[in-house]
Design a protein around this ligand. Structure first.
Ligand SMILES: [Zn+2]
Ligand SMILES: [Zn+2]
Length: 189
């Protein structure tokens, strides 16, 4: 039983993989399905053809997956072509073509879709305008809302008023945090 002792039936570590698959009387511990072939006169060839079979199976598997991805690409291309066609139709509709000859039901559906699209466009526009207003507000003096903020109030360090407003006698507290202003610094951007 020196076979089992030397290679332990392991194809990776053995230096003679096919012989170690299922030597006569070794109990058929081979990884490639040598089990049950102990004593078979064609055992060596059997191991080789098992190996070839495995490679062939792997090759077939790879070919199958390649064919599957090719089919996927084809169906994606078909889908893209259909989408392009749909887009061209929609474009024609939005350009005012393609209304004629439509049924009342189709026109009603179209009106609904267009209203929905218009709502989306207006909503996005409002969002952007709000964003710009907020940005503008951050830039302007919190007192007069006209001039740019340019004076840093101390000790709170809030940059929130313009030079003109900072010089007003009644401005003794920071308009943001109500802290007493001890000093103010003009900031240049
Ligand atoms: Zn101001
Ligand atoms: Zn403050």
């Amino acid at each position: 039983m020196h076979w089992g002792g030397r290679t332990n039936g392991d194809l990776v570590s053995g230096d003679a993989p096919y012989e170690s698959i299922a030597p006569a009387g070794a109990g058929g511990r081979g990884v490639l399905g040598g089990g049950g072939h102990g004593g078979d006169p064609a055992q060596g060839d059997g191991g080789s053809s098992d190996h070839v079979g495995l490679i062939r199976a792997l090759w077939l598997q790879e070919k199958e997956s390649r064919l599957a991805s090719e089919a996927k690409v084809l169906s994606l291309e078909e889908g893209a072509a259909a989408l392009r066609e749909e887009r061209d139709k929609l474009k024609a509709t939005l350009n005012g073509e393609g209304f004629k000859g439509r049924s009342l039901q189709e026109l009603e559906h179209l009106e609904k879709d267009l209203r929905k699209a218009l709502e989306g466009v207006c909503g996005e526009r409002d969002r952007i305008v709000q964003q710009q207003l907020a940005k503008e507000e951050q830039r302007l003096c919190v007192v007069c809302q006209e001039n740019e903020r340019s004076v840093l109030l101390l000790p709170c360090r809030h940059l929130c008023v313009c030079r003109g407003c900072s010089e007003r006698q009644e401005l003794t507290l920071c308009p943001l945090c109500r802290d007493h202003i001890t000093e103010s610094l003009v900031v240049y951007s």
